[in-house]
Design a protein around this ligand. Structure first.
Ligand SMILES: *[C@@H]1O[C@H](CO)[C@@H](O)[C@H](O)[C@H]1NC(C)=O
Ligand SMILES: *[C@@H]1O[C@H](CO)[C@@H](O)[C@H](O)[C@H]1NC(C)=O
Length: 243
């Protein structure tokens, strides 16, 4: 075997290795949960193994003197959401990050001043982001109990927000899984080579069950890795047979 083809095979192995094993966040799926009881429990959503991140929606009352309040429509509201504590722990123990989404379509919220914003930030930090030991020190039980929610590792991170079914976006914007994989993903991969990407962010768990969307896009990276490996193998076989 010539040294040229040996070098080619080494290159091939290195390339496959880096292509397949570099942790890439462009393929991870974030799902909104909390706006429809028919979507099932948070624990069940985490147990599907489809999602890397769950966004709890929503903390939909805050600012300008309002007492902040959770509203996971139908599942629980306000202080009754403490029942989610064990489910959040379950998700995090299975290496699924749990974020809190603030705002939403129907709440009552606004921030009136920078002091207002600071107070709200303090509220979020104390109730959802400090460690249980610090909460205990302050004798504080947050609306979600002792959980410490996750935060994105970087401040500027791109998530690709998508409706999980046509009726999740009555105004349009639904992209069928096949189109997503063949037409949109190449551009996403390009963007993610120079920006921090958080992957897909789907609205929402209910519509994902209905359409099986994330199941269909979940393994696109393996599919494209297979195509890539096949192409490189063909190319290197060609090169080996001609040297
Ligand atoms: C909770 O959210 C739902 C859906 O967004 C909304 O219809 C409902 O009015 C909210 N409940 C309260 C008490 O804000
Ligand atoms: C969902 O999609 C996956 C992957 O394409 C497929 O294996 C599975 O059978 C689908 N499930 C349903 C209920 O359609």
């Amino acid at each position: 075997m010539s040294s040229k083809s040996q070098a080619m095979i080494l290159l091939l192995i290195l390339t496959i290795f880096s292509f397949t094993f570099t942790p890439s966040s462009s393929d991870s799926i974030t799902i909104y949960w909390g706006q429809n009881t028919a979507e099932g429990t948070l624990k069940a959503a985490c147990d599907t193994g489809l999602y890397e991140i769950v966004l709890l929606g929503f903390l939909d009352v805050f600012g300008e003197g309002r007492t902040p309040s959770l509203n996971f429509t139908g599942h629980c509201r306000g202080s009754s959401c403490i029942t989610l504590e064990s489910e959040i722990n379950h998700c995090q123990n299975n290496v699924i990050e749990v974020y809190l989404s603030i705002g939403g379509p129907s709440g009552t919220y606004s921030l009136g001043s920078s002091d207002d914003a600071k107070n709200f930030a303090d509220y979020l930090y104390t109730n959802f982001l400090t460690l249980p030991s610090q909460k205990k020190k302050k004798n504080q039980v947050g609306p979600l109990g002792d959980v410490t929610l996750n935060v994105p590792p970087e401040l500027s991170i791109v998530f690709w927000g998508l409706p999980a079914a046509p009726d999740a976006a009555p105004g349009g914007g639904y992209i069928p899984p096949n189109d997503l994989i063949s037409k949109v993903l190449p551009h996403i991969e390009e963007t993610c080579s120079t920006h921090s990407c958080g992957g897909f962010m789907l609205w929402d768990r209910f519509h994902d069950i209905e359409s099986n969307y994330s199941n269909q896009v979940k393994h696109w990276d393996e599919q494209s890795a297979c195509r890539f490996v096949t192409q490189v193998s063909k190319a290197s076989l060609g090169s080996v047979s001609t040297t």
